[in-house]
Design a protein around this ligand. Structure first.
Ligand SMILES: Cc1ncc(COP(=O)(O)O)c(C=O)c1O
Length: 369
């Protein structure tokens, strides 16, 4: 027997668990991790190289610990796109929104505290809760995957969680949560505890509706988390950020590691933010492709959940894993998120989406013969 994890004195709650991660398989069409399929434009690649070269000259020094220039530019982007005025004091950045979420749970969760999410939803919320010693509560959803607000309010009143996660648009279902529902859940959470309410807007740029950033006004316990991994097409950069009351930004600094955001990351993100308009042009194309996927999947005869994101949940399958494999056999990788009966496909380029649609048409035919 080889020496393994279980022979080490790891924390009890980590025993027997596997690390999170979608398969990274080498297939022609990868539509499984909600990435943006378009590489960065060449002009931006050049600008990144320039800014990173400049940053490299100072790599003997620690980076700006507070990432002030980057937070200022992110605040400008949020203000311009939402109309809700924000400045650097409202914004905090980290290595992906996963790290933002981790810092929030380290600050507001932790041993003896709990967090709730309405599932199925982004499974890292629960996993990061576990990693930070925060108890996890799985809240309800309707059959159609929209949030069941009265049931969610009851769950909040019953469990009195310290952190409430609301993901809109939701991953993996694609469903959006209306502003009134967020306000109702926020108010329920304040009445119960009060607690922090984290609105995860990782996919908001793809939504038919607007960002919920304006809800921050007068709600110091509300946090909106965002990422450059999806709409900005910069998943490899690892840059997530949050917008909230300045007190929240001060609070997360109690747990952040000093100099957590490297000078190279800050330089790269700043270069990307200089090209926001070009990057967001792809968002419109992806929304069109997302809507085409919804329409075509329905025409083929699949059930499809309404989507406000850059992916589509489709089903229903007696054995989703088997259908996943058959699609993979045709060179297309989609995602089985473990939602019984459903699979998820990310909107890719028109050619990738055509390949996916051809594959599922064939699978459908096979299954009906
Ligand atoms: C809802 C949601 N939030 C956050 C993330 C994390 O994104 P990142 O850490 O790349 O910013 C993802 C990634 O898939 C997601 O689906």
């Amino acid at each position: 027997m080889t020496f393994g994890i279980d022979d080490l004195p790891v924390r009890d709650e980590l025993r027997g668990k596997s690390p999170y991660g979608a398969p990274q398989l080498d297939v022609p069409v990868r539509l499984n991790t909600n990435e943006n399929p378009y590489p960065l434009p060449e002009a931006l690649v050049e600008r990144i190289a320039e800014r990173v070269r400049e940053a490299a000259r100072d790599l003997n020094r620690y980076p700006d610990r507070d990432a002030v220039e980057l937070r200022t530019k992110l605040a400008e982007y949020l203000t311009e796109t939402s109309g809700h005025p924000l400045d650097a004091s409202n914004v905090w950045a980290a290595n992906g929104s996963n790290e933002v979420i981790q810092q929030l749970l380290q600050t507001f969760g932790g041993p003896g505290r709990t967090a709730i999410g309405f599932e199925p939803s982004y499974s890292m919320h629960g996993l990061i809760a576990r990693g930070t010693g925060t108890g996890w509560i799985s809240g309800p959803r309707h059959e159609d995957f929209t949030v069941d607000v009265p049931a969610a309010e009851r769950a909040i009143a019953e469990h009195r969680p310290d952190v409430v996660f609301i993901t809109t648009p939701n991953n993996p279902t694609g469903t959006a949560v209306p502003a009134e529902a967020v306000v109702a859940l926020h108010d329920a959470a304040q009445a119960a505890k009060p607690s922090m309410v984290v609105v995860d807007e990782a996919y908001i740029e793809f939504s038919h509706g607007a960002s919920l950033l304006p809800l921050l006004a007068g709600r110091p316990n509300l946090v909106v988390s965002r990422t450059m991994s999806k709409a900005f097409g910069a998943a490899g950069l690892r840059l997530g950020y949050l917008a909230a009351h300045p007190a929240v930004v001060d609070a997360v600094q109690l747990v952040r590691l000093p100099y957590h955001l490297s000078a190279v990351t800050q330089a790269t993100a700043l270069a990307a933010l200089e090209h926001t308009d070009t990057l967001l042009k792809y968002v419109e194309q992806l929304k069109t492709e997302r809507d085409r996927l919804v329409a075509e999947l329905r025409a083929i005869g699949y059930e499809v959940t309404e989507s406000d994101a850059n992916f589509v949940q489709f089903g229903r399958f007696a054995d989703a894993q088997e259908v996943w494999r058959r699609i993979l056999d045709r060179g297309v990788l989609v995602r089985d998120n473990g939602v019984p009966g459903w699979l998820r496909v990310t909107a890719g380029t028109p050619e990738e989406n055509d390949a996916f649609l051809d594959a599922v048409r064939e699978v459908k035919k096979e299954q009906s013969t």
